[in-house]
Design a protein around this ligand. Structure first.
Ligand code: GLV
Length: 331
């Protein structure tokens, strides 16, 4: 029997994927809970045909150049801003990701953050634990109503749509969206209206980010954008931290330019412990857990393994980020 191809897996993954990987590959699995340092990662991948990476692993051109046998990079995430896709394509390396299976879990988390931030849930919990709850307060803990309000979705892709659907179907919200592409389905199913960013910021009660991170979207929400938002508005970010200028977010929350924020992502991750954002009562920060359900992580692991194995065999990847690589693929 031919030798199994050598692959490096940068973290322990759910068995649903790991079993498949071990069956088909000679796999080294990084055992630590923290990611391998960049130099170690380069060293480990240098003689591998496949790499399973996480969004915390920088997979840049230098790493690829140092790995002449590398045929496939399978990212255990839908986002792939940690990988230099242009370089991978140039070098003939196929890249896969895990779209679709985490759509509902991520939309649920965005909605969870929306309700929690709008209704000041975490602040209330801390108040209770601190023994400050003395009586029922007619004027205390007032949050924002949700039903019938306007939600602004930035990036109306799969996750943006699933989030908007929750807001519209469950809470009767009017849906605005900002996207380079028209989303006919969102317009038909949810009555969503495509608007420019200014209109979305000015008219929305809740603004939720669902776009990918690239050089056009990096820092797209900063001081100027917060000034345009309602001072009762809630910002939700379950996409990527660097979409938002975090210092500007701090100022906006502190000065009351917006009401609250719910974040599943920060910049950097984790946030520095002396980041003043962490001192504010009107921000909720989760540790990038939107896809963290048992079923979703199992499904991600399975797609990730299938992408890896297809890439090693020179086949079409089930979820292929750069199919244009086919013409000059490493074999
Ligand atoms: C998580 O952030 C992902 O991109 O899957």
């Amino acid at each position: 029997m031919a030798d199994k191809p050598k692959v490096f897996v940068t973290r322990n993954l759910p068995d649903a994927g790991l079993k498949l990987i071990k069956e088909h590959c000679d796999a080294e699995i990084w055992p630590d809970p923290l990611p391998p340092p960049y130099e170690v990662l380069c060293e480990k991948v240098s003689d591998c045909a496949g790499l399973v990476s996480l969004l915390t692993d920088r997979v840049d051109e230098a790493l690829m150049q140092r790995s002449p046998k590398l045929k496939v990079i399978s990212n255990f995430a839908v986002g792939f801003n940690n990988i230099d896709i242009a370089a991978a394509t140039r070098l003939g390396i196929a890249v896969g990701n895990t779209p679709g299976v985490l759509t509902d879990a991520t939309a649920d988390m965005a909605f969870c953050l929306l309700i929690a931030a709008a209704r000041r849930l975490v602040e209330g919990h801390a108040y209770t634990l601190a023994g400050k709850w003395k009586t029922w307060e007619p004027l205390g803990h007032l949050g924002q109503d949700l039903v019938g309000r306007t939600v602004g979705v930035i990036g109306m892709g799969r996750i943006g749509y699933a989030f908007a659907k929750r807001c519209h179907a469950g809470w009767d919200m009017k849906v605005l969206y900002y996207d380079l592409h028209k989303n006919e389905k969102a317009e038909q199913d949810l009555g969503a209206r495509q608007v420019d960013l200014d209109t979305l910021l000015r008219e929305s009660d809740f603004v939720s980010l669902h776009t990918d991170l690239n050089e056009q979207t990096r820092g797209m929400i900063g001081a100027a954008e917060f000034k345009k938002m309602k001072n009762t508005a809630v910002l939700i970010n379950s996409a990527r931290g660097p979409l938002v200028k975090q210092k500007d977010l701090y100022e906006a929350l502190k000065n009351g330019d917006i009401f609250a924020a719910g974040l599943d992502v920060t910049d950097p991750e984790p946030p520095e412990m002396d980041d003043p954002l962490l001192t504010l009562p009107n921000v909720i920060i989760a540790p990038h857990i939107a896809s963290a359900t048992v079923g979703t992580r199992n499904a991600m692991a399975e797609i990730c393994a299938k992408n890896l194995i297809a890439g090693l065999k020179g086949e079409k990847l089930p979820a292929w980020v750069n199919p244009e690589v086919e013409a000059n693929r490493r074999r």
